[in-house]
Design a protein around this ligand. Sequence first.
Ligand code: KIV
Ligand code: ZN
Length: 516
Amino acid sequence: MSDKVIIFDTTLRDGEQCPGASMNLREKMEVARQLARLNVDVIEAGFPVISDGDFEAVSKIATEIRGPIICGLARCVAKDIDAAGAAVKAAGERGRIHVFLATSAIHREFKLNKAREEIIRMTVEGVKRAKSLCRDVEFSPEDGSRTEPEFLAQVVQAAIEAGATTVNIPDTVGFAVPEQYAGLITYLKTNVRNIDDAIISVHCHNDLGLAVANSLAAIKAGARQVEGTINGIGERAGNAALEEVVMAIKTRGDFYGGIETGVHTREIVKSSRLISRMSGLMVQRSKAIVGENAFAHSSGIHQDGILKKRETYEIMDPREVGWGDTELPLTKHSGRHAMVKRLEHLGFKLSDAEIESVFVRFKEIGDKKKFVYDDDLSVLVDDSMGANLEGYTLDYIHVASGSSTIPTATVRLKRGEEILQDSSPGNGAVDAAMKTIDRMLNQKGHLVEYNVQAVTQGKDALGEVTIKCDFGGGHLVTGKGASTDVIEASARAYLNAVNRVLNGALLARPDAAATP
Ligand code: KIV
Ligand code: ZN
């Protein structure tokens, strides 16, 4: 058995299914580029049949991203499989079609209304169809961990016979516990005649907080592909956090005996931050590996121990996952060339026009704060890319507020030649700014979530505002904005959400569990 565990990243598919986490094409490309730098083995880039946007993202990633295998998801029906095949075609030999079909009794009876024989027939037909389009085919019996083991073994055997090169056993609803899940992998290894003709993969959800533990137990039992997402984002409680799986294998080499991944671990923190910004999903401070506090020792006893010998209280070197890799900050005196060099170092690939708009924001911010750190710069890139969306830009904002004043905002927006200006009172400065934008655009957005975070330390830090908004129909749209003034950052975030709607962010999200 190979000692390499294949890392399958589904941040752009299962991760993006998290409400309000949907990303636009530019953001998906940025994430895919970073995943390639992280050196994951497979990028599941989307669910091509679901929307034109998903199809376009998967095919662009298949065309432009070099290195990892590029995978498209498909239900076990012809139109899905054909769309996935077409979307990953540009990746050539590195293309993969991932076909799934539910197999558990509860899904067979209540969702699919299909007997066992029909499930096996559909599996074989679907895998064969995928195989006719692509050499690399993965099959997932959805809700595999709750499927009767002997039936699961039959489905897996049939899928491999039909040509599946990877068989994935999803714990779709996060029901499994480590010993039992590992037992299921052992059962399949013993009872599926042709199991050695395919890689066994695992895909764990985190409903009981066990996704990483289940994945690791399955590796010990012989699984050689792990599926998950960066920061563990995903539907409900999310997916297995890949950074945790990777670092557990690396740090506990003594236990995992020679098993390794190809991940460039120094890229982990950068990946986590990028994905947090792109998805609008904050990383909890105490989150393992990538949380702000993951390596912060506050107790005197720990600090003393660390100073004497790091390993007394640190099981990993923070630099190994990319903490502390920062360079000297830029200042308002830094020129375009220095900024471009730093952007390249941070992994951004921008057009001349994009560099121009980042540079304008860089100078604005440089005038307001002493140092522009790498994190500031990354946020400015997001902010100016958001402004580059077709739509409105914030030209001017003035807000009057105080303990004995009715907060009132005056806002001027631009869109091409069109200039809009208005003012409105509100229940607080942020409310006034957003109400003014609503008045001008004749809309009513409902703010569902509002977060503000200082990008770096210091009173002059950039504040990054992330919001989730419903403009009708229950679809959540994320907006982000940054400024040294949090009211301005809030207005920018709101406008960013408005522009995403104008740019089609309200397209229906996939229902992965929908009946084929
Ligand atoms: O959780 C799940 O079962 C899935 C499948 C599509 C693999 O995401
Ligand atoms: Zn899933």
